[in-house]
Ligand binder design. Structure first.
Ligand code: B1M
Length: 214
């Protein structure tokens, strides 16, 4: 079991894009838990990649190939996460904020929310305040989920909340924030309704916000 996880982790770190799907499929076929593959191999690999980038061991191209490899692996796990709930538990908009192109964490949270039975509108990355407000008005979701991976883009979350207030929309939506530089103190400071440290937290909070529990 551990061997499979290490092989998948090393494949992501090494950007072995051509091999990853087969490796993940094999691990699933041999009975490995999808959650374990995500947490102990795919996410664990990105932690190593982040540290290697931070210390100057690798550069943006390597980080990008590792990210593509991680995404390809996630796609294989995705069908195993779908819970197949027949009724929607509520609707959620997910987006990465303006200036930020990181979407792996957001995609993972989206997959877990969908698996838990929520209808998710994934608006993608680099979403400015105006576009987000327009979509909140159009889709009227229960929850607005915002992701940021850069310390320089976190402040966008505060702008979104400010604009929701300015337009009289704040009371009709819960705002959930997350991403590596975000924490509970920041969420409290900007007046978000919740902070998710990971995808499982995000699902739990979404359930609480919509009053729908498993
Ligand atoms: Co970038 N990057 N990156 N990057 N990148 C980081 C974030 C960095 C920490 C790396 C480092 O220096 N060690 C650093 C930020 C430093 C800082 O802000 N202080 C950094 C930098 C500097 C940059 C660039 C500026 C590099 C450059 O160009 N010089 C550039 C910026 C581009 C931009 O956005 N404008 C850049 C670019 C890239 C790539 C494009 C190459 C690639 C992204 C590809 C993609 O996403 N499609 C990339 C990657 C892969 C990373 C690291 C290595 C990995 C991120 C990741 O996918 N993690 C990252 C280092 C790191 O985080 N260790 C790094 C795995 C993912 C599952 O975790 O996204 O944290 P995460 O999501 C988690 C939780 O945070 C949470 O749940 C998820 C699952 O547990 N979560 C939520 C996330 N969103 C949530 C929302 C919620 C709830 C929970 O509710 C709504």
């Amino acid at each position: 079991m551990a061997d499979h996880l290490n092989t998948i982790k090393d494949a992501v770190i090494g950007g072995k894009h051509a091999e990853i799907k087969e490796l993940v499929q094999k691990a699933l076929d041999e009975g490995l838990d999808p959650g374990g593959i995500i947490n102990d191999a795919l996410i664990a690999a990105m932690d190593v990649v982040g540290k290697d980038f931070g210390s100057g061991k690798i550069f943006v191209p390597e980080m990008l190939v590792a990210a593509m490899t991680m995404k390809a692996g996630l796609e294989i796990v995705k069908p195993r996460l779908a819970g197949g709930a027949s009724q929607s538990r509520g609707t959620i908009i997910m987006a990465t904020v303006k200036g930020d192109l990181h979407d792996i964490g957001k995609n993972l949270v989206t997959m877990m929310l969908e698996g838990a039975g929520f209808k998710v509108f994934d608006l993608g990355v680099d979403l400015g305040v105006d576009k987000l407000i327009e979509q909140v008005k159009a889709l009227n979701p229960d929850v607005l989920g915002l992701s940021a991976l850069l310390t320089t883009t976190m402040s966008e979350m505060q702008k979104v909340i400010g604009e929701l207030k300015a337009q009289g929309l704040r009371d009709r939506i819960k705002v959930l924030v997350g991403g590596a530089p975000v924490d509970q103190a920041f969420a409290d400071k900007i007046g978000a309704d919740g902070y998710g440290a990971n995808a499982a937290d995000a699902v739990e909070l979404a359930r609480r916000f919509t009053g729908t529990h498993a």
